[in-house]
Design a protein around this ligand. Structure first.
Ligand SMILES: [Zn+2]
Length: 237
């Protein structure tokens, strides 16, 4: 009897340690992540990277890389790129934005299309398709993208402006940033379906509060996630 009790206590203790470390890892995934306006993100993990910078305060000029998902003017804002990019830093952008950047004097530019793998400034990333399957705002033929960027061993998927698309099933990400505005990209329910396809440990709603969508959409998205995906709203934190 005593032996069984000891075994039980050991197993319980191990479970606490294992569960505890998983929770700690999941929480660590969002360390160094900032969500500015709309779909604008900064992630610091060895390198400093921004996605679609918008509404940046001051001129931090700390970005090793700025990633632009597409050339709509709520994602590609040259004045915000200017505020965040280090001297000599790289801009990764879809091919349709390259000439505008060159005309502004940028030289360290990488043009991308969907389904590519690259390394820039020591950061590995892949591009994935981003498009509306059922609307005309983001046609597939534009070759706009989302990114899966690896920083300190964590894979971050930044979806760009996309609907719920079958390609999401192939995406391997620990953290997924998904748009939830309900007009130009996905409704909260669709974004939750997207999360179920991708199966990240953490899902973060973006693309609300400016052009379309509200915090209510973000909250609804989080409430619809299955228990194994931790939903977190980080805008305004
Ligand atoms: Zn767009």
């Amino acid at each position: 009897m005593k032996f069984r009790l000891i075994v039980l206590l050991i197993v319980a203790g191990m479970l606490i340690i294992v569960t505890g470390s998983v929770v700690a890892a999941v929480e660590g995934y969002l360390d160094g992540v900032t969500h500015f306006r709309h779909a604008s993100l900064r992630i610091e993990g060895g390198k400093v990277v921004y996605f679609d910078p918008y509404g940046i305060k001051g001129e931090p000029r700390d970005a090793d890389i700025v990633f632009i998902t597409h050339t709509h003017d709520d994602h590609f804002i040259p004045s915000d790129i200017r505020k965040v990019l280090k001297d000599g830093g790289a801009v990764v952008i879809t091919t349709d934005g390259v000439n505008r950047l060159k005309n502004l004097g940028y030289q360290n530019i990488l043009a991308v299309e969907p389904n590519q793998a690259h390394q820039v400034e020591g950061v590995n990333f892949t591009t994935v398709p981003a498009y509306n399957p059922d609307k005309s705002y983001h046609p597939r033929k534009n070759n706009w993208v989302g990114y899966v960027v690896t920083l300190k061993g964590v894979n971050y998927y930044i979806a760009g402006d996309t609907g719920l698309i079958p390609e999401m099933e192939e995406i391997k990400a620990d953290v997924a940033f998904l748009p939830v505005d309900g007009v130009y990209t996905m409704k909260a329910q669709e974004a939750a379906e997207a999360a179920k396809l991708i199966k990240p440990a953490v899902a973060v709603p973006i693309h609300f509060g400016v052009v379309a969508g509200s915090r209510t959409d973000a909250e609804k998205f989080v409430s619809l996630l299955p228990a194994e995906i931790k939903g977190e709203i980080i805008q305004g934190k």
